[in-house]
Design a protein around this ligand. Structure first.
Ligand code: UD1
Length: 427
């Protein structure tokens, strides 16, 4: 296994090409299974989550080819003429929760599905009750047996008028895929409004679906009987861009983020400016300049879009460990998304947990230490903290990082960070 070693203290200066979005690409790849035609998705990021998903859909009957288009993106050509197998095994679904969404194309095209329950994960319990109640209302028969959701369709599936108790991103994706191929008008209220939902809806519309209201909390879908192939580009990764912006805020320096516009990280803009990051916005790039190393303490609360994203909470906390006062960071989406706290404390951070809130008292310095990555975004938070810490940090279990950050050490190194990936001799 690999580890990442960082000698802290350097400013960041240079350019970073932002990769395609993980959170948008995964549902788009699954949506490609809704048609028997060829689908091309460009700007696919080079991540282990993408490989895991491709491994799964290959077992379902998809054929694909991944072509390197430029250094940071791939073109995925994918075709699923026939769904040959309706089983999504525990081995593959447990590695990545997004795999669970294959339930939609399996039910719609095969009529029956057996998909492993995804289980909890490091950041929380992550139930699937909304998926199941939605499917039942659509007319599917559901049983849960041996750790698998088994769903079958006896008569035709029917359109639904459904209100979510919470604007779940995953369930909104699932609704879009299902209702696009269920004839009649389906309505989802209290829908998620995340940009990734908009990307998926746009893709389905290009495939022939009739979706309106995406990007608002009420989505209306007029289902059709057939979806066709398309050629589409996955959007840039707003979480990756936000992570580099927060790293720059911590270290100081000058970064240009390419292939992304400020609109994509609008929720972060005010927070960056509040801590003296000067932002120059261009059509397809963002320049960030931070001349000093003073960090203003800031309270945040994670919220569904357009609120502060839970996927940037850990990285923001790393920045706040260096602030000149007290910040309160409240996590409202997942109940256990504070695993990075104990690792940040190992660097010398002062953080106290009070149920869903971390009270962070900024310190002047953190000191390099051996660290353990606990989940995907937590790994990025450790990198940010270590980039400014005095001395050397080693971060183990970086396979978490490879799930969602494309060549992070190469990108940071090209901007002056003293960061290396090495084989872990102790494993
Ligand atoms: C969530 C994030 C998304 C992020 C992703 C990966 C939100 C709203 N969603 O999406 O931005 O990219 O994690 O970190 O910030 N829930 C239920 N029952 C269900 C489904 C969900 O109770 O059937 C609850 C979850 O436990 C959670 C909340 O709804 O508390 C949000 O979950 P959801 O948006 O579905 O999670 P993801 O789709 O994984």
């Amino acid at each position: 296994m690999d580890l990442i070693q960082i000698k802290g203290g350097n400013f960041l200066e240079g350019e970073i090409n932002i990769s395609g979005s993980k959170n948008a690409s995964l549902p788009m790849v699954i949506a490609s299974l809704l048609t028997k035609d060829k689908v091309i998705i460009r700007n696919i990021p080079n991540l282990s989550d993408v490989s895991t998903l491709l491994e799964l859909i290959e077992t379902l009957g998809s054929e694909f080819e991944l072509k390197n288009e430029n250094n940071s993106s791939y073109k995925l050509i994918i075709q699923t003429k026939k769904i040959k197998n309706n089983l999504a095994s525990y081995n593959l679904v447990r590695k990545m929760r997004a795999s669970f969404w294959v339930l939609a194309p399996l039910i719609l095209r095969y009529g029956e599905a057996k998909v492993s329950l995804p289980g909890g994960c490091a950041i929380g319990i992550r139930p699937i009750n909304f998926y199941l109640s939605m499917l039942e209302k659509m007319g599917a028969l559901i049983t849960i047996k041996d750790g698998y959701v088994q769903a079958s369709v006896r008569n035709n599936l029917k359109p639904i008028n459904y209100k979510l108790d919470f604007p779940s991103v995953g369930v909104t994706h699932f609704f879009l895929m299902m209702s696009s191929l269920i004839e009649g008008e389906s309505i989802l209220r209290n829908a998620a409004m995340e940009p990734e939902v908009i990307s998926l809806a746009k893709m389905l519309n290009k495939m022939g679906a009739h979706i309106t209201g995406h990007g608002t909390n009420k989505i209306i879908v007029k289902g059709c009987s057939y979806l066709k192939g398309l050629d589409i580009i996955s959007p840039p990764d707003r979480i990756e861009a936000g992570t580099y912006a927060l790293a720059l805020a911590a270290t100081g320096g000058k970064l240009k983020l390419n292939s992304i516009s400020i609109r994509e990280i609008e929720t972060l803009r005010y927070l960056l400016e509040n801590t003296d990051v000067n932002i120059k916005s261009h059509k397809n790039s963002i320049e960030l300049i931070k001349k000093n190393r003073i960090i203003q303490p800031t309270d945040i609360e994670t919220k569904p879009y357009p609120g502060f994203p839970t996927d940037l909470q850990a990285q923001f906390m790393a920045l706040m460990t260096y602030s000149k006062g007290r910040s309160r960071i409240k996590e409202t989406i997942f109940e256990n998304r504070f695993m990075h706290v104990q690792e940040l404390v190992r660097l010398g951070a002062k953080i106290e947990l009070q149920s869903d809130t971390a009270i962070v008292d900024g310190v002047k310095k953190l000191y390099g230490a051996p660290l353990m990555a606990t989940d995907l975004r937590a790994s990025a938070s450790l990198i940010i903290a270590a980039l400014r810490a005095e001395g050397t940090s080693t971060i183990r279990r970086v396979y978490h990082l490879d799930r969602g950050f494309d060549k992070i050490e190469e990108k940071l190194k090209s901007c002056g960070a003293a960061i290396e990936r090495k084989r872990d001799k102790n494993e």
